[in-house]
Design a protein around this ligand. Structure first.
Ligand code: C5P
Length: 397
């Protein structure tokens, strides 16, 4: 199943390290080449000899134990098709999230450009620590959350390493399941920023997380991805940073011609300030000031009409697929039905922004997908990566 693939297993210093011996055996049975890198702390839990025998490769721990002309962290990062960090301790997760490279494993992670799976395992209080959660959120990796149950430290709670079968299945999925390969997918994300003057602006609460999850997922599924975003995003795929709705419009239109699918997850401002003051506006003696706003172009609607114009209905190709988002605080489905009709897109993803547990800023979402033929499918509340995967499944079948 995995022949021709090289898996880099990164083991950190937690008691669940012993379980990774079983995982390495599963990879070997599936014919993968397995390289193992351990943090120095991990060596307190498993022996080099065990890992060496199971992986049939030397085990790397020391950063400066250079065997050939290449620095070891780069050489490992180049050789492997995927990196699997399991168990991942709170310490290593936080270091990688902060870009710290103080041992071979963290240095490799920093240099690694291909998919990474992280399977955390730790005490339940460590897992719930907001600093750890914040660091985990920074990682754009596939996170396999720990299970709940009896923990080695004697506590009951969330923190047990997920099953090695789950890690194995995720590895196979990421290495072999590439249904979007050959497709060029453009995704927008974040709220646009409309300047008032050099220090003030109008924007909205969009965090850009749903668009980012869609872009990361499309990449994992083999697509060539362009993310057009108002947020600071660092990824190995093409990221175009924009600010206003007008900037976003020109970036999207440039990409439109050669794309197979455009997903407009951005919260584009409907209006912008008519005249941006070149200097900071001064406080006056007046109690009220009036800002005149003018309508922004509807990027999504324009794209849909371009697609229709360029191809007569009879010859209408299935691509580029155009997918819009619809964020509503009331009457979600009625508004969404009206919007898909008005905009003319192929799919519309409707989400309820009145709920605090999903949507804007949350890591979770619950959406309903509408298609242009009147079909509707509700995706139950899940993390945004899972929702993103389900969206691609729905739009590409
Ligand atoms: O019209 P409304 O803003 O509710 O529609 C939301 C959808 O339209 C989103 O996909 C958003 O990215 C897109 N949109 C756009 N241009 C605008 C406003 C919204 O492309 N000016």
């Amino acid at each position: 199943m995995l022949s021709g693939k090289t898996i880099l297993v990164g083991i950190t210093g937690g008691i669940a390290a012993y379980k990774i011996c079983g995982l390495i055996r599963m990879y070997k049975r599936a014919n993968a080449n397995v390289l193992v890198v351990c943090t120095p702390n991990a060596m307190n839990f498993v022996t080099r000899l065990t890992l060496q025998n199971l992986s049939q490769n030397e085990v790397a721990v020391e950063e400066f134990d250079v065997k050939d002309f290449k620095p070891e962290h780069i050489s490992y990062a180049d050789q492997a098709d995927i990196m699997v960090i399991a168990p991942a301790t709170a310490n290593t997760i936080s270091k990688i999230a902060q870009g710290i490279c103080d041992n071979l494993l963290t240095s490799i992670a920093c240099a690694f450009t291909k998919p990474v799976i992280v399977a955390p395992a730790m005490n339940c209080n460590m897992w719930e620590n907001p600093i750890l959660q914040e660091n985990l959120n920074k990682l754009h990796y596939e996170i396999l959350e720990p299970d709940s149950g009896y923990l080695a430290c004697g506590y009951e709670g969330k923190g047990r390493l997920c099953s090695i079968e789950k890690i194995f299945d995720k590895t196979v999925e990421l290495l072999t399941y590439k249904p979007l390969s050959g497709k060029k997918i453009v995704i927008t994300s974040g709220g646009t920023i409309e300047d008032i003057d050099p220090v003030r602006y109008i924007s909205n609460y969009s965090s850009g997380k749903m668009g980012l999850a869609l872009a990361d997922t499309a990449k994992n599924l083999g697509a060539e991805v362009t993310l057009i975003t108002t947020k600071n995003v660092s990824r190995k795929y093409n990221v175009i940073k924009v600010k206003s709705a007008l900037d976003m419009k020109s970036a999207v239109e440039k990409e439109f011609e050669n794309s197979d699918c455009i997903i407009m997850a951005a919260a584009v401002a409907d209006y912008r300030v008519k005249e941006i003051s070149p200097q900071k506006m001064k406080k006056t003696s007046e109690d009220e000031v009036t800002l005149t706003l003018v309508k922004n172009p509807d990027i999504l609607k324009n794209l849909c009409s371009k697609k229709k114009k360029s191809c007569p209905p009879a010859l209408l190709p299935s691509e580029p697929l155009i997918v819009g988002f619809c964020a509503e605080s009331e009457n979600l489905i009625e508004n969404a039905k009206e919007k898909i009709r008005k905009k003319g897109c192929d799919f519309l993803i409707a989400n309820d922004i009145s709920r605090k547990d999903i949507g804007f800023s949350s890591d979770y979402n619950e959406v309903t997908i509408l298609d242009k033929n009147g079909g509707m499918k509700k995706l139950e509340r899940a993390d945004k990566m899972t929702i993103a995967k389900q969206i691609f499944k729905e739009i590409y079948g």
